[in-house]
Design a protein around this ligand. Structure first.
Ligand SMILES: [Zn+2]
Length: 91
């Protein structure tokens, strides 16, 4: 079983569905038994939902994304920010 550090470290991969099935099950099992990690997981999951919705609707206030990126570091900014802008919308 992963401990709390393992779980938190793999949280982003878990949310990205980039873990193997067995790793996902282990993380999931830990979350069910650990309120602290579950709370962290809920926070990250909700944050992603909010960010995804805001990005789609293009309603993200300019300063907010920068604040969030500062919280998570440059990796987050590179992965999450510039994806939608170069994509042609056909519909
Ligand atoms: Zn834990």
């Amino acid at each position: 079983m992963p401990d709390c550090n393992d779980t938190l470290r793999e949280l982003e991969l878990f949310l990205d569905h980039e873990l193997s099935e067995s790793a996902r099950l282990e993380i999931h099992g830990h979350l069910e038994g650990c309120p602290d990690c579950l709370q962290a997981f809920d926070f990250h999951a909700e944050l992603r939902t909010v960010i995804a919705a805001k990005c789609r609707n293009d309603e993200m206030p300019p300063g907010l994304m920068r604040k969030i990126a500062n919280c998570f570091g440059p990796d987050f900014a590179e992965d999450g920010l510039a994806t939608d802008h170069d994509t042609p919308e056909s519909s």
